[in-house]
Design a protein around this ligand. Structure first.
Ligand code: ZN
Length: 301
């Protein structure tokens, strides 16, 4: 028998060592809390030793139900990860951090933290936080308000670790689309892509205030890239809004956006655009909210 070359032996040794350390970490499990408001999802990841929740609902009322689902799992919640600066994904954080005081509220980068602060500052200015006074930005006027600056931590890297050593890898390299900045997660062991609000399944897409035609074009391009990258793996897609589904979602969403752009470019009135979208997509949810504000922004009277 030929002698094994030493480079090969050390390569084998390394790969054995890394497969041992990989098998020491517990496989991840995932559970959804599917919100009633705006059909928004919260995702509870578990490695069997600790929990991370991604996105936490539009209201304290719904956050209470989410909190009960987390509690029922009987494991420590270490992190509340907010994927982007839209309130349907972060209003619940005040209730959750009070319920799980050892958890940390985290975001993938400072831009997302600033988006959250900017959105809440604006909502406070127009009275939208009167129903959720604990989320008013802490100030001399609102000393009991939420201390966004100190409570939200920017992660030092793009990984988030569970107690048992497994990690989530966060992806944020996206052009402005549904939101200015967004975080997604692909989990190898589950072959699952957690799309946050780059994904909507049978829920009208948010293309309201701030989501320009350029943003919609960026979004379509991003979905095309994701389709090329992920469709061959036949992953499960977890959208930010609506039920988990398969990789057909990429092309379904692109078609929806093209139809929306054509309808809103041609429509004489907002009512005509609403009617056209509703008759093409009769089983999509949130027509009175997500679609209405999207049409308002794209059809000028
Ligand atoms: Zn959303």
């Amino acid at each position: 028998m030929k002698r094994l070359n030493p480079t090969l032996i050390s390569a084998l040794g390394l790969s054995l060592a890394s497969s041992f350390s990989a098998s020491a970490a517990q496989p991840l499990e995932v559970e959804l809390y599917r919100g009633e408001t705006a059909s928004v999802n919260s995702t509870i990841f578990s490695d069997g030793e600790s929990l991370i929740v991604m996105d936490v609902q539009r209201s304290t009322e719904e956050a209470k139900k989410l909190g009960q689902q987390i509690k029922a799992k009987g494991l420590p919640l270490t992190h509340i990860l907010i994927t982007h600066g839209h309130p349907d994904h972060y209003i619940g954080m005040d209730h959750l951090i009070k319920t799980f005081p050892d958890a940390k509220i985290v975001v993938a980068n400072d831009a997302i933290k600033q988006d959250i602060i900017g959105f809440s500052t604006w909502m406070e200015s127009v009275g939208w936080l009167d129903a959720e006074p604990n989320l008013k930005p802490k100030s001399a006027k609102h000393p009991q308000g939420f201390d966004y600056q100190n409570r939200i931590q920017v992660l030092p890297s793009n990984t988030l670790a569970f107690a048992g050593g497994n990690t989530l890898t966060l992806e944020t390299q996206y052009q402005p689309a549904e939101a200015e900045h967004v975080t997604t997660v692909y989990v190898d062991s589950l072959n699952a892509l957690f799309m946050s609000d780059l994904g909507y399944n049978k829920v009208h897409l948010w293309m309201g205030q701030g989501v320009t035609n350029q943003h919609i074009d960026n979004w379509k391009q991003q979905l095309t890239e994701m389709e090329r990258q992920y469709a061959p793996l036949q992953p499960t897609l977890y959208p930010g809004h609506g039920a988990p589904t398969d990789a057909k979602l990429f092309s379904t969403m692109i078609e929806y956006m093209e139809y929306f752009q054509a309808v809103t470019a041609d429509a004489q009135t907002k009512e005509a655009a609403m009617d056209a979208m509703k008759s093409k997509y009769p089983d999509y949810r949130e027509a009175d909210f997500l679609l209405k504000y999207s049409v308002d922004f794209h059809v000028q009277p």
